[in-house]
Design a protein around this ligand. Structure first.
Ligand code: HEC
Ligand code: HEC
Length: 384
C-alpha cells in the first residue's frame, strides 16, 4: 500500500504538499458529520444540547480520561504507563498538534498498535462530544496550538537513508514498532502534516527520549526526513470503513460448552501462554475468552469465540458463568487491560482466570486464528 518506487514517491509528495491539510480537515469533518448524524438516534449519556462550560468540560474530560486513557498514557497524560504509550502533554506536542489531529488519533486509533479507535463511528465508546472534552482536558496541561511553519521540500531518498541511520533504532520500521511511537502507521501518516513532523524532529519532545535534532542534523537533512515520512502517507483512506459499530448482545459466552476443561499451567499464577490457549481451542476444550480492548478493536479482529468486555466496561463480566470454567483475558498491551479484567474477575470470586501472556498482537503475528471485520474482508492483514 505504501508507495515504493521513485515516481510514486515524488508524485505522492507533490500532491501531498498541497493537499495535506485539506485531507486532515476533510476526513475529520466527514467523520464528524457522520457521527453527529448517528448521535441523534443514540444519544450518549454525556451528550447535551447546550455547549458545556469550559470548566464542566474539563471535569468531564478528566473523568473520561481517567476511565479510558490513564491505563496506558498515565494519570496525568505524561505517557509510558503501559506499552510505551507516548506523552500527550509535552510542550512541543501540544503546541504543534491541532485539535483535529488529536481528535482523529482518539477517534480512529492507530491500527495494529495498542492504541484502539475510541470513536463511536468505529464502534468505540466515545461520542464526538466526549472526544472534544478529553481534548480539552489534555490541552489544559500545556501551551495552546500555534500552527508551526511548514518545512521546505527535501530529498526523499536521502531522507530514507537518514531515517535508517538516525531514527529506526527507536521508531522501528513498517514491519516492527520500536519503543517509540510508530512513524509508519497509516493513521498517523494520513493526519500528520509536514509541519507537525518537522516541529517534533527539530525541537524534540522533552522530557521524553525524543531529542531535538536541530543540534545533530542540518535543516536540509531534517527537511529530507520529513519529505520521506510524508511520502509514505497512504493515498486512499487510512482505515477501512466498518460495517457494524455495535456488538450483538446474544453471542455465545462459553466456547465449546460440552468440551473438557483445559489443563493450563500458569506463570506466576497469572499468565497463560498463547500456545496453550491455541492448543485448548484446537482440542475443543471448554473455556471463555475475554477481549479486554476497546470494542472497536474486537470489531476489527479478535480470537474466534472471544466476547468483548473492555477494561473500562467490567460490568459486562457479570455475564460469564462463575462455575470454575477457565476465563482467559487478552489485550494488545499485552498485560495492562487484560490484567484489569482478571483482577476484576478474581475480586468477584472466579477461580480459574488468567491473562494471555503474549497478547493478541503476538497471537496475530504467529498466524493463529482470528475473526472480525478486517479478517472477513480479507483486507490487508495487519503487518507482522
Ligand atoms: C492500551 C493502551 C492505550 C490506551 C488505553 C490508550 N492509548 Fe493512546 N496510544 C497508545 C499507544 C501505544 C500509542 C502510540 C501508537 C503507535 O505506536 O503508533 C498511542 C497514541 C495516542 C495518540 C497519538 C499521540 C502522538 O504523539 O501521535 C493520542 C492523541 C492518544 N493515544 C490519545 C489517547 C486517548 C485520549 C486515550 C483514551 C481515550 C488513549 N489514547 C487510550 C496506547 C493507548
Ligand atoms: C532515542 C530514541 C529516539 C530517536 C533516535 C528518535 N526518536 Fe523520534 N521519538 C522518540 C520518542 C520516545 C517519541 C515520542 C515522544 C512522546 O512521548 O511524545 C518520538 C516522537 C517523534 C515524533 C512525533 C510523532 C508523534 O506522533 O507524535 C516524530 C515525528 C519523530 N519522533 C521523528 C523522529 C525522527 C525523524 C528521528 C530521526 C531523525 C527520530 N524521531 C529519532 C524517540 C526517538
Amino acid at each position: 500500500m505504501l508507495p515504493r518506487n521513485g515516481t510514486a514517491l515524488a508524485l505522492g509528495l507533490a500532491l501531498a504538499s498541497v493537499g495535506c491539510s485539506r485531507v486532515e480537515q476533510g476526513d475529520s469533518r466527514a467523520a464528524e458529520a457522520a457521527v453527529i448524524g448517528s448521535a441523534a438516534s443514540a444519544p450518549s449519556p454525556t451528550a447535551t444540547r447546550t455547549a458545556p462550560s469550559s470548566v464542566a468540560a474539563k471535569t468531564d474530560g478528566s473523568a473520561l480520561y481517567a476511565r479510558y486513557c490513564a491505563l496506558c498514557h498515565g494519570a496525568s497524560a505524561q505517557g509510558y504507563a503501559a506499552d510505551n504509550a507516548p506523552s500527550l502533554v509535552t510542550n512541543t506536542f501540544l503546541e504543534s498538534a491541532s485539535d483535529a489531529f488529536i481528535r482523529r488519533s482518539i477517534r480512529m486509533g492507530r491500527p495494529g498498535t495498542a492504541m484502539a479507535a475510541y470513536g463511536a463511528i468505529r464502534g468505540g465508546p466515545l461520542s464526538e462530544v466526549d472526544i472534544s472534552r478529553i481534548v480539552e482536558f489534555i490541552r489544559s496541561f500545556g501551551p495552546a496550538y500555534r500552527a508551526p511553519p511548514g518545512p521546505p521540500g527535501g530529498n526523499i531518498e536521502r531522507g530514507a537513508e537518514l531515517f535508517e541511520k538516525e531514527c529506526k533504532s527507536c521508531h522501528g520500521d513498517e514491519t516492527k514498532r520500536g519503543n517509540a511511537v510508530s512513524l509508519h502507521n497509516p493513521e498517523l501518516l494520513a493526519s500528520a502534516t509536514p509541519a507537525f513532523l518537522h516541529h517534533a524532529i527539530v525541537n524534540g519532545r522533552a522530557p521524553t527520549p525524543m531529542l531535538p535534532f536541530k543540534d545533530r542534523l542540518s535543516g536540509e537533512q531534517i527537511a529530507d526526513v520529513v519529505s520521506w515520512l510524508h511520502s509514505l502517507a497512504p493515498t486512499g483512506p487510512a482505515s477501512a470503513p466498518v460495517r457494524e459499530t455495535a456488538i450483538p448482545n446474544d453471542l455465545p459466552i462459553v466456547i465449546n460448552p460440552k468440551g473438557k476443561p483445559p489443563q493450563f499451567s500458569l506463570r506466576e499464577n497469572r499468565y497463560v501462554s498463547a500456545a496453550q490457549v491455541k492448543q485448548a481451542l484446537d482440542a475443543r476444550q471448554r473455556l471463555v475468552l475475554v477481549d479486554a480492548r476497546s470494542p472497536a478493536d474486537w470489531i476489527q479482529y479478535h480470537i474466534p469465540g472471544a466476547i468483548s468486555a473492555a477494561y473500562h466496561d467490567t460490568e459486562r463480566l457479570s455475564r460469564i458463568p462463575n462455575d470454575g470454567t477457565w476465563v482467559i483475558a487478552y489485550c494488545a498491551c499485552p498485560h495492562r487491560a487484560s490484567g484489569q479484567v482478571v483482577d476484576a474477575l478474581r475480586a468477584r470470586g472466579y477461580r480459574n482466570t488468567a491473562v494471555l501472556d503474549e497478547g493478541i498482537l503476538v497471537w496475530r503475528d504467529r498466524g493463529y486464528p482470528l475473526e472480525g471485520e478486517s479478517v472477513d474482508r480479507s483486507a490487508p492483514q495487519p503487518k507482522r
